[in-house]
Design a protein around this ligand. Sequence first.
Ligand code: GAP
Length: 453
Amino acid sequence: MNPKADSQRMDKIVSLCKRRGFIFQSSEIYGGLNGAWDYGPIGVELKRNLKNYWWRVMVHEREDVVGMDGAILTHPEVLMASGHVEGFSDPMIDCRSCKAHLRLDQLIEKKGGKQCPNCGGKDLTEARQFNLMFETHVGAAADESSIAYLRPETAQSIFVQFKNILEVSRKKLPFGIAQIGKAFRNEINPRNFTFRSREFEQMELEYFCRPEQGMELLEYWKEERLKFYENIGIPRDKLHVRTVPDEERAFYSKGTYDIEYDFPFGAQELEGVAYRTDYDLSQHQQASGKSLEYFDEETKQRFVPHVVEPSAGVDRTVLALICEAYSEDEAPDEKGKMEARVVLRFHPRLAPIKAGIFPLLKNNAQLVAKAKAIVDVLRPDMTVFYDESGAIGRRYRRQDEIGTPFGVTVDFETLGAKDPALRDTVTLRDRDSMRQERVALKDLPAILRERLV
Ligand code: GAP
């Protein structure tokens, strides 16, 4: 790894994200809110495609998983029982020289002493625990009795609704409950663009099972999740499975894997896959006084199920998709001269816009009408972008930069002007190979649909 090249690559990615409408800093015109990000018109499509694909694979295509969508505002007793109020904290230190607030693990060790990574100062406060949860008040009285929290993970509402969902879905073990939604953590140092944010989204599955199935299902879900990343275009050799060692693992977990991706700023966690035993359900059962047991009709046993949890970050995966897709190569300009091009090589199923539709000339009414008719045919099935301005090479380049996998050009052949046999055919350009093929208009929707699954 070349740190300088990687940091330049990251700078280019951040700049492209802003320039092309993937991701903006939140509240930017007021100076920005640290740790919060807004997704623009292109970014929101990428994010939705990711969440929809996760939901399809993890919920719709499975007989044994159902979904839910829980509230963000969380009753304090839920988070007391889960251990978050007491223990969801990072050790924090202040540098008295430059006033930076730092996580203990960010300090640098030099000549046996600890130093501030910002200014090199050695005048540091003692470490103290800093709870990462955002506290708020529900209702008019802002006192102890009205405290609520913005959820720090989506998982807890799944545990708390376990009994209701078991009853309405009539599922038998093993089965899972899935959720996608916002989570909030008051991170001491948000950094690496969207990688560590204070507001982010998670895609979590709580997969309930018998105690004896836990370890096997941990392996199963690790493999399923690796396949998922490969299916969205993240190659296996850029993914690393880290077995979380005993001393780092939550005390109740019997095994945890981190799935890491080679970001330009180093290999970092995308997802955790954890066998959490019966800790969560048992805690909520004890604290609420309500039974969260499962009754097995065959064996007539009653017990608290165990759980295996694959928990992924939406924003981190979006960032990994962009980092993985980003590439620079060369493409010929109008005169055949090679020029630099930036291209996002998204898997077509994740690409924000699926096809760019271009009339060769904007001042030819027939070409324009034909191109607009194609837009109308394709739009119910996929996101398309109509563009008539500028030279055709420029228009291709603009779509390459946001990762549009296909370009459809309506030219004079489409009108049958040169060869009647080519009437109602268009050129279909492939983003990656830049190859162009001539296809009949009537076949275009089916060809695109087939290449987009
Ligand atoms: N329910 C388990 C849980 O929340 P976690 O490892 O703390 O486990 C799961 O979080 C995933 O959520 C992480 O792997 C990461 O993708 C994402 N995530 C956690 N903190 C984040 C943050 N501050 N910014 C962006 N994503 C975050």
